[in-house]
Design a protein around this ligand. Sequence first.
Ligand SMILES: Nc1ncnc2c1ncn2[C@@H]1O[C@H](COP(=O)(O)OP(=O)(O)OP(=O)(O)O)[C@@H](O)[C@H]1O
Length: 306
Amino acid sequence: MNAAVSAPVPVLRASGLGVWAGSTPLVQDLHLEVHRGERVGLIGESGSGKSVTALALMGLLPPGLTAIGSVRVAGVDRDLVGAPEPVLSRVRGSLVSMVFQEPMTALDPTMRVGRQVAEVLQVHRLAASRAEADRAAVELLDRVGLPEPARTARAWPHQLSGGQRQRVVLAIALAGEPGLLICDEPTTALDVTVQARVLEVVDAELAERDAGCLFITHDLAVVARMCERVLVLHRGRVVEAGPVRRVLTEPRHPYTRGLLAASDLTRTDADGRLVTVPTLPVARPGVVPAWEGTPEDGWAVLEEAS
Ligand SMILES: Nc1ncnc2c1ncn2[C@@H]1O[C@H](COP(=O)(O)OP(=O)(O)OP(=O)(O)O)[C@@H](O)[C@H]1O
């Protein structure tokens, strides 16, 4: 009898992923796995290759950019790199969904927002009729925290605030019940209070669905708040990867140390040492802790005073 227990299959596995613009490499040799219920952060400064990585994973690279390597998604028995568009469009929305930074570009300005959610439900045959899809769309808008969901469903995108639009985009992304959500700077365009509320909704919905998440951001505090593991991208290469707490308190690569030093997660203490936030939150649930701590609370010294 075979007693071996096979390892769980990741919802997403990218290996040796590269993105090229002609003969120029933008991303090289990226390896990444996301399992169900797991949140993985991808951090790096502007231009490091985060967005083109996300687009390559979704098969959405613009003309002129080419992906190499392998992208496998649970439930699809072929590699997505080089897959024909019908295969990719079957994957998008039902197995993997994406939330972009700018909600207005993701929404159709000529369609009421409830209908946009309902259409996804109908396309993925998750509603038996148009009326049922419209009802389920209102429920989804309610779940993502939109006020007066029945009324909001009848609104046009331009009638909503940025935070409300991003919630609609999230409802659309979740409508197909994907096993993986790719969030590319989903809250960067929002003010801090709205950002926190949208993150709470993402957090709750991922937990409820046990979906995996690749969370792309340049904001280390957001990664600390949302993710368990993180990859650090520098000039298109992963220079460091590991559990969030380890990477953000004991960074091994000088580039990660630089990112941390420039973030809200470090302070210079009374002795002139660079120290990390007292107690880094361990993924969910939690908020980035306040700074009123003392070194005894467990700050990690990142760099001794020079
Ligand atoms: N269509 C394109 N053609 C050529 N080069 C591109 C194209 N799109 C992006 N790039 C280049 O690829 C690199 C990575 O860009 P990318 O948008 O992935 O960075 P990013 O880490 O997401 O930055 P940001 O945080 O500012 O969004 C940059 O040098 C960018 O100029």
